[in-house]
Design a binder for this molecule. Structure first.
Ligand code: GLN
Length: 486
């Protein structure tokens, strides 16, 4: 073995574990050691569960010894700190949940455990998943492993940085408006947002419930398919999870994409798109065409309304979802003279500035007199955005486009200007509004050496096709093989 254990992917590590060439305890201990040495430079983890991880690794070892290996037995993973973990602190990167120890596991966590995964710890994020840079964490920002002066993207920035820097084998994030795909793009890893309803949201702390979806961040496309196999499927505990059975997402990998019609949306290549990102995407389109895909131009005419629509719908849902943090039932409490003052002090001191901004905006868009003008209108435009995609997918199988208009920006660069930060979500949020799946796969580097991702979007439940095309692209290129100078 020339490569260090921590740099392996799931698909590389699993056979070594199965054959007994390395042990789960050995891999887990090595990763815990690396986290101890290097996490301080990135702040990718908020909580590391050393004892729990070693215990799970010993159990995995016993399973392997009995010949009872499951698909993830002994594979060490990180979880965005927005998925509840029984007995393990879950903060959502907020002060208001600083000492919250959940009494149950999210469905995805239970499924990972059932498949034998080892949970190393909880990854940093923007507070309550609100942000695009991980700078909104109450526990300090995560740094990009490719250049520590840059943001890793967000809100799943800790999950993406941990994968890129080999502080875990793979991770899970959540995506409400791009929070898996955009940090994956900025950190040079693979990130998949499944169709709304494909993965259970039970135990995912809610930000905007009609948009939130959990998905994998991985070192290679095959690993995304492997993790999706574990987490996808119906869950009676989430009424929005679809009863439709999940596929085996590894099956289509390796199938050629000859004749696949790939739509290129005209509206995604205009003003504001960084020339280096555009060049990388154009080159990626050429690679796809070289693999036999037919490129056709498509139109998504309501794209220009996507940011405004998202920031009406998402904040409205957020204001309602976050009403539960009142200092009474759990989490942080700041006492007041009476109940009202306790609520007020708790929420003022417990939430960060961006979360408070969104609660206020959301309360406003839902309030009597403004509901029709904002929330109702936003929901109507959302339907138009969804129908843009339905029309486009009559002409093509998949859509290819950028993930983010620029490579990662510098820490602090957009902090004072929330609107500019919101506008950087332009290429990712439509998929959430439409409920469709999307992936970011590495497709290039900027002149400063920062990664750039290609986004592939598919119709609802088109995960297998997206993974097939992303895999074909990955196998034809070597961007995913480059490691950050970390
Ligand atoms: N950047 C977007 C926001 O700030 C998306 C966040 C997300 O997907 N959780 O809301």
């Amino acid at each position: 073995m020339t490569e260090p254990l921590y740099s392996l992917s799931i698909s590389q590590l699993a056979p070594l574990l199965a054959r007994g060439e390395v042990s789960p305890v050995e891999v887990t201990a090595r990763l815990l050691e690396r986290i101890k040495e290097r996490n301080g430079e990135l702040n990718a983890y908020l909580t590391v569960d050393e004892a729990g991880a070693l215990e799970q690794a010993r159990e995995a070892e016993a399973c392997l010894g009995r010949g009872e290996a499951a698909s993830l037995t002994g594979i060490p993973l990180a979880l965005k700190d927005v998925m509840v973990t029984r007995g393990l602190r879950t903060t959502c990167a907020s002060k208001i949940l600083e000492n919250f120890i959940p009494p149950f596991d999210a469905t995805v966590v239970a499924r990972l455990r059932r498949e034998g995964a080892v949970i190393l710890g909880k990854a940093n994020m923007d507070e309550f998943a609100m942000g695009s840079s991980t700078e909104n964490s109450a526990y300090g920002p995560t740094h990009n492993p490719w250049n520590r002066e840059y943001i890793p993207g967000g809100s799943s920035g800790g999950s993406a940085a941990a994968v890129a820097a080999d502080l875990c084998i793979a991770s899970l994030g959540s995506d409400t408006g791009g929070s898996i795909r955009q940090p994956a793009s900025h950190c040079g890893v693979v990130g998949l947002k499944p169709t709304y309803g494909r993965v259970s949201r039970y135990g995912l702390v809610a930000y905007a419930s009609s948009l939130d979806q959990i998905g994998p961040l991985t070192k290679e496309v095959r690993d995304a398919a492997i993790l999706l196999n574990t987490i996808a499927g119906h869950d009676p505990k989430d009424s929005t999870s679809v009863p439709q059975a999940a596929a085996d997402y590894t099956e289509a990998l390796g199938r050629e994409i000859h004749g696949l019609k790939i739509g290129v949306p005209r509206e995604y290549f205009g003003h504001g798109l960084d020339p280096e990102v555009e060049a990388a995407i154009r080159a990626a389109l050429k690679t796809l065409a070289g693999l036999g895909a037919d490129l056709i131009e498509v139109s998504l005419p309501h794209t220009e309304y996507a940011v405004a629509t998202y920031y009406v719908v998402a904040v409205a849902e957020a204001s309602s979802n976050l009403a539960r943090y009142d200092g009474v039932k759990y989490g942080f409490r700041a006492e007041g003279k009476n109940l009202m003052e306790t609520y007020l002090n708790t929420r003022t001191q417990g939430f960060g500035a961006e979360v408070r901004r969104r609660i206020m905006l959301g309360t406003y868009t839902l309030s009597a007199g403004y509901y029709d003008a904002y929330y109702k209108k936003g929901s109507q435009v959302r339907a138009l955005i969804r129908s843009d995609f339905e029309t486009a997918f009559k002409a093509c199988h998949l859509i290819a486009c950028p993930v983010s208009p620029t490579p990662a920006f510098r820490l602090g660069e957009k902090l004072a200007d929330p609107l500019t930060m919101y506008l950087s979500d332009i290429f990712t949020i439509s998929a959430n509004l439409a409920g469709i799946p999307g992936i970011s796969v590495p497709c290039g580097f900027s002149s400063q050496g920062l990664p750039i991702g290609l986004q592939l979007l598919g119709p609802a439940f088109g995960e297998a096709e997206i993974l097939q095309a992303a895999y074909a692209f990955e196998q034809a290129t070597d961007f995913h093989r480059r490691k950050p100078p970390f």
